[in-house]
Ligand binder design. Sequence first.
Ligand code: ASP
Length: 317
Amino acid sequence: MHNPQLTKEGKLKHLLSIEGLPKSILNQILDTAESFVGVAEREVKKVPLMRGKTVCNIFFENSTRTRTTFEIAAKRLSADVINLNVNTSSQSKGETILDTINNLTAMHADMFVIRHAQSGAAHLIAKHVAPHVHVVNAGDGRHSHPTQGLLDVFTIRHYKPDMHNLRVAIVGDVLHSRVARSEIHALTTLGVPEVRVIAPKTLLPEHVEKLGVHVYHDMCEGLRDVDVVMMLRLQSERMTGAMLPSSQEFFKTYGLTQEKLDLAKPDAIVMHPGPMNRGVEIDSAVADGNQSVILPQVTYGIAVRMAVMSILAGNSE
Ligand code: ASP
């Protein structure tokens, strides 16, 4: 079946999910991002690759990091950027998503960056837009958050360049996490040999091992000798019913403390996509400690989003 993210020639037209993308495209994005890291250090932090293009950032769900870094990335590419605050917009007056998109297309938008609480929202929009318009999924429900997955593997590759020789642990609320799904697809596609998930049974999707991961319920066992520890936020807003005894109990068993981190390799890095719940999934001392690369993740997110947008803009049919 044709992948809706790709042109007939196999080039990236939309970025909707990492699942189904070939390793060559993931590497193209990571290598392009590498070339953008230095832009932030210039006096004029801009390149002209998207001059004259209009990017619409449409966030139907709150976000700080993702929305801001997409905006900075588009501006560094010299695009014009529109941010749509959907809470105060026509959606609240009953307009459908597709009508909103049609109106923005009539204003000659070239790219839509979409965050939505429903899985599949970005796919729906991508199916609907005119052939010259590109769509980037900035997080849809529990399904996918491809640019987060890409910035995470970019960060890992930066600190641990030999991806074929790594053990990575993803810890916490995998069930509700679009980030975990995107990370797992990115890591396995790039050839990371061992990806572990560590969580209680209630916070793991059914048949998670089919994604190619090793499952651990005991954090001390799961962290042993890993190179990378990726913590996830406990997504209380997506939980229905009692999935956990309490957040203090969760911290005791699955919260990352220095003592537990010492079971990983001595040079292991600690990551978190944000927003962090200090004292719930991660101890402050670890979040701010010298193994943490949580803030560099944010910085690299700009270069990765610049790479994605410039590649899409260059692949117009
Ligand atoms: N910021 C990430 C997301 O939008 C992670 C999180 O919210 O926990 O999915």
